[in-house]
Design a protein around this ligand. Structure first.
Ligand code: FES
Length: 388
């Protein structure tokens, strides 16, 4: 056993130290076996701030453009949810959506300032994506009055003054603008104290979401700046290129944190560009999302799912994640972020080969064959053991 360094302590201090375990044993012995009271006001406050689940109702639907809608959510007062939980701009909720026999869970970023929680409002913005089961269901079928079960707000994609530089360069691809919309509103209404420059990459002008809201904010505060980057339209009103070092150099300040949000393709591209700055890793944050379109493999594989009490055999197409296949087949697997970052779905790959995107696994996990099924696509038949 390692020797304690007791330098500087008197004999009495040492005696007291050795008495501690005995005192602790006595406290444990004397403690009542009845359940601990948890109805103190501090417990109620903690429950309101961090509820496990919340129940919401669609109160309003706003058409942002032909392929995108914003859904305004308020508490479903028929349930235990009377007040929506607070969040930090950039966080997301996971929403549970029953479609047919299956139940899908998808993360959507909260796209307004946290100040709106005072009015009991969340908003999520959803864009149509090819093969996007849940996104397309929302756009085509969800109506005012529909109710959903959602998680508490979660995720690490938010500004933290002790970790991030005070100037954020927000690099958004398509609907990856949502966290920056929340941040811009929060800076404008004073709930967030930092500076934000948004480089908003879209294919063409008609793809821009929140144009009016963003431009109104930039006209009111010089803490938020905005530049559009078109990759298809050659429009002189906007920078017409990809986001590269030359463009970034125009906007960087003395110290910058880079927040990247968009499809995996923009995330991979920006990783390459940002390498050139040799930044400490903490100054680059990302929130990538995957669409089935990015993986083109039509083969179908056999997947055996091993849970704590049964084995289930399903098929998984090479262009869908293992988690998506499980959801489709009614297998309930833990999940939250759906992009390989929260760790909720971490499972053991017993056999088979998978291709993984946005891999945030620890080295030890990789060594012992753990994967995130939410961001793993099969490349052979697979046997997967789910967490309990
Ligand atoms: S659901 Fe978050 S890592 Fe898979």
């Amino acid at each position: 056993m390692a020797k304690l360094n007791l330098n500087g302590l008197g004999k009495k201090d040492i005696e007291k130290f050795y008495e501690l375990p005995k005192e602790r044993e006595k406290i444990i012995r004397d403690t009542s076996a009845s359940e601990i009271k948890t109805n103190f006001s501090i417990n109620k406050l903690a429950k309101n701030l961090h509820p496990k689940v919340q129940y919401v109702k669609v109160a309003k639907i706003i058409e942002e453009n032909e392929e995108t809608k914003t859904f305004v959510l308020t508490p479903d007062l028929e349930t235990s949810t009377k007040q929506l939980a607070r969040f930090k701009p950039g966080q997301y909720i996971s929403i549970e959506v029953p479609i047919g026999e299956a139940v899908y869970r998808r993360p959507y970023t909260l796209s307004t300032s946290p100040k709106k929680v005072e009015d009991n409002i969340y908003t999520i913005t959803i864009r149509r994506v090819p093969y996007g089961k849940v996104s397309n269901y929302f756009l085509d079928h969800v109506e005012i009055g529909d109710t959903f079960k959602i998680s508490a707000p979660t995720g690490e994609f938010y500004y933290s003054p002790i970790r991030d530089a005070r100037h954020i360069i927000g690099i958004a691809g398509g609907s990856g603008i949502t966290p920056f919309m929340a941040m811009a509103e929060a800076i404008n209404d004073g709930t967030l104290d930092c500076k934000l420059t948004i480089l908003y990459g879209v294919k063409s002008k008609s793809d821009i979401i929140y144009r009016e809201r963003l431009e109104e904010i930039t006209s009111k505060t010089d803490k938020v700046k905005l530049a559009y980057v078109m990759v298809v339209d050659d429009d002189t009103e906007f920078a017409s290129s990809f986001i590269d070092r030359e463009l970034l150099d125009k906007y960087i300040e003395e110290e910058n944190s880079f927040f990247v949000c968009g499809p995996v393709s923009i995330y991979e591209r920006m990783n390459e560009v940002l390498k050139e700055y040799n930044l400490p890793i903490k100054y680059i944050r990302h929130d990538a999302f995957m669409s089935e379109m990015e993986i083109y493999k039509e083969e179908e594989y056999n997947v055996k799912i091993v849970t704590h009490n049964e084995e289930i055999n399903i098929k998984c197409n090479g262009k869908e994640t293992l988690l998506a296949a499980m959801e489709k087949n009614g297998v309930i697997a833990p999940s939250r972020c759906h992009v390989g970052t929260c760790g909720f779905c971490r499972s053991k790959l017993i056999s088979g080969k998978v291709k993984t995107f946005n891999d945030t696994l620890r080295i030890a996990d990789r060594e012992y064959n753990y994967i995130h099924p939410c961001s793993s696509y099969p490349e052979s038949d697979v046997v997967l053991k789910l967490p309990k």
